[in-house]
Design a protein around this ligand. Structure first.
Ligand code: ZN
Length: 351
């Protein structure tokens, strides 16, 4: 009898393992107050998840609730952030997450991958995304700048707190310190985890009446960005290939990106769920961003030809004519983007 009970207990435990998408032990740094995400419902079963600021999540994710499962698109900046996302999704549905799609390899979109139990969850991404997460994604400047900036940020917040006398500001600084310290703990546990299913061009998932296309539209923000396109619902999830404002250029191909965005325009959608910023319906934003990319390429190339250092070009490159449509307050382009363009020009010049 005891043995039968034991066997039953083992079966029940195995059953639990089979339906729970994430590893069972909560990662470090999940502490937060209130919801970490606001879930904006854009269609039946389609949500855009935007951080509230109580936990470091950085990028947006999206999730799709199907008849029998849930598909998550991008999983944030850390195992902690992805863990909390799954916890909060449980308030919307008890269906299991079976699939994660990484729009690209950047830390704020794919560093939650490690919490998923790969015996029951497919993590889908471009072949390039897999290569980067397998090799040197955390050695790339974008992540190095981010992760080395956490401690100085904590030190700075603490310094400000020490001299602050206003109670409301003190409380706000204390919250920001807690968020940053949790993020520091979360980053310490990071193990970059690549997709276990890859594509190079396109892949389609079918769930009942729903069709979910994963499309590579050409190099742009990285060499391997994919968008997730739902033709019936006319929704596209774009990661950083197209955001609500400006995308970083650190791993980009700005000139090719313009053409790849033309490919995006051929898809029949009316709602964009971007990797940063709020969802939007104004397709003119694609053109505004293409104009910016063309100009940043031309302007930085011109400065390089004149002999300007990357640092000088980063201060002098003037994109203010795009300020009506993009958040540009004065001359200057982020140095990391200028360095990328310089490197591309050097590579091409040396060919
Ligand atoms: Zn990115």
């Amino acid at each position: 009898m005891r043995r039968r009970l034991l066997a039953l207990a083992v079966i029940v435990m195995l059953g639990i393992v089979a339906v729970v998408a994430q590893s069972r032990k909560a990662p470090a740094g999940t502490a937060h107050t209130g919801n970490a995400f606001k879930f904006n419902k854009v269609r039946d079963g389609i949500y855009h998840a935007v951080g509230t600021g109580t936990l470091a999540v950085v990028g947006n994710s999206s999730f799709i609730v199907n008849d029998d499962d849930v598909i998550v698109v991008d999983d944030h900046v850390s195992p902690a952030a992805a863990w909390v996302l799954l916890e909060e999704i449980k308030a919307v549905t008890n269906k299991p997450v079976t699939t994660v799609i990484n729009t690209h390899f950047h830390f704020d979109h794919a560093h939650g991958n490690q919490i998923f139990d790969q015996r029951v969850v497919n993590i889908i991404g471009h072949e390039f995304t897999r290569q980067m997460l397998l090799s040197n994604s955390i050695g790339m400047p974008l992540y190095r700048n981010y992760v080395t900036g956490i401690q100085p940020q904590i030190d700075d917040l603490k310094k400000r707190l020490a001299t602050e006398s206003d109670a409301t500001t003190q409380a706000s600084l204390e919250r920001q310190i807690a968020v940053a310290e949790n993020n520091r703990a979360a980053q310490a546990e990071l193990k970059p985890t690549p997709p276990n299913v890859t594509l190079t061009d396109r892949m389609t998932l079918y769930r009942g009446n729903r069709e979910i296309q994963i499309r590579f539209l050409g190099r742009g923000h990285t060499a391997g960005d994919v968008v997730v396109f739902l033709p019936r619902e006319k929704v596209v999830m774009t990661g950083d290939f197209l955001t609500a404002a400006l995308s970083n250029l650190s791993d980009s191909f700005p000139d090719e990106w313009v053409k790849s965005l033309d490919n995006l325009k051929t898809l029949d959608f009316d709602t964009v769920l971007p990797g940063h910023g709020d969802a939007f319906t104004d397709k003119a934003k694609i053109g505004y961003f293409q104009d910016y990319l063309r100009d940043v390429w031309t302007e930085v190339s011109r400065l390089k030809q004149q002999g300007a250092s990357a640092e000088e070009a980063a201060t002098r490159a003037d994109m203010t004519k795009h300020s009506a449509h993009l958040p540009i307050n004065g001359p200057g382009v982020p140095l990391i983007g200028v360095q990328r363009i310089y490197a591309l020009l050097d590579q091409r010049g040396g060919r």
